[in-house]
Design a protein around this ligand. Sequence first.
Ligand code: MG
Length: 317
Amino acid sequence: MTDRRNFLKSASFLMAGGLLAGKTGQATASTLMKTRLAADKKIGLQIYSLGRELYEDVPGGMKKLKAMGYSTLELAGYRDGKINNIAMSDFKKMADDAGLKIISTHVNPPIREYTASNKGEIAEFWKKAADDHAKIGVTYLIQPGQPSTRNVEELAIVGEVFNEAGKIAKAAGLSFGYHNHDMEFSRVVPGGTEMLFGRRGFGREQPKGLEIVYDGLVKRTDPSLVFFEMDVYWTVMGQQDPVEYMKKYPNRIRLLHIKDRMVLGESGMMNFENIFKQAYANGIKDYFVELEGINSGTQFEGVKGCADYLLKASFVK
Ligand code: MG
């Protein structure tokens, strides 16, 4: 009797898995497999990817994201203690209700050109931003916009301001990070007036003290206070290899923006397999999908296309 019951139990399990069934059963098996993968893979999303579409129905949108396979979020749109005019505690509740965890946020201070006289004002801004995000349990406080870095002297003051932001974040229980675009891979010189990018040069002689902005920021920031979130697409657009950078700074690059020209994997210009391989080798635990423009359809459809790509990719754990 016991044997028979066990046999029936196994048989119904196999049926559910489609192993004893026909075509319909196979579809069920693939759905089960997909569900299992979605549960195992920790895929994050930078909510900027949804643009205004998210704000048509935030609770509904969050549920859609969860169903697509996303599990963590990185905020954008912080202003006056709110996220796009929604109280942060309300925003957190909507994410919680959908089973999503907000672990990161993108915030830019209101000043782009850092000087000795406005450092205090920037620190005040970070103090409030860090406290507001600590209240909803965010881990990473990240600056996504490049401050003015036209020369080595400006690089130095940006390094000081970042270190201070790092101290403020740490005191509130957060980690401060910086997110790049392409212009961080331009070069600057002492006393210079502009960043030079790509094939543009400083003349025949390599000027003394020439630095790549990105490396200059890594060098001038305290590893215990400032980490880097590497946007792999913008690094490629900066004519650099994100894998090489991850190898160069394994202890500084702690998060990634997984981004392509549009939907992940469509352009063919990003070697995501190598990027993920290196990310795992470096022990990187969190990353966020980011989508800007799309050719057709809605942002939600594009964001789903990105999740589908990662769920299907065998190199994503
Ligand atoms: Mg990005």
